[in-house]
Design a protein around this ligand. Sequence first.
Ligand code: ATP
Length: 162
Amino acid sequence: NTTMAKEVIHTNVSNFQMLYPEFTFNLDDDLDQDVEVKIYRNHLEQILIILLDNAVKYSMDRKEVLISASLSYRSLEIMVQDFGEGINKENLDKIFNRFYRVDKARARNTGGNGLGLSIAEQLIDNYNGKISVKSHENKGTAFTFVLPIVDQEDSKELKEIN
Ligand code: ATP
């Protein structure tokens, strides 16, 4: 139930690049070595797909998505940023609610039912992580989430148990 994160991030970003060749996905990976994160691979993938999918859906003209991965203390921090329509202040604290969609998103033809972010948040919570968002209307949105990593002491303990 741990996952080597770097590989998963690279694989999912290149899948999106294949699916959306008109977009530029810039992966800024600050990780020298791969990091072992305390999450199931499927779940990390699901979170990435939800955020990348939203970035594509709400990007408008500037078809550019920035993804970064870095270590911060005992966590892995992943950011997915777009330069699209953004989210205004009144809506920003509601987007993690189940079935919530901003009017603009509802009116447009991008599909979706407002579940993605609530699922992502729940998954991240379950693994003692955190997700946050920064957004400016018509400028873009950046989602950042952190997940605990397996540090050296953890793996020492594991070896002693086994
Ligand atoms: P789905 O259930 O397919 O994920 P969805 O995209 O509508 O559909 P969420 O992912 O939960 O659902 O997002 C909720 C709402 O938050 C969206 O409808 C949209 O209004 C807003 N939102 C999410 N991501 C972005 C983004 N990157 N830029 C602008 N708005 C966003």
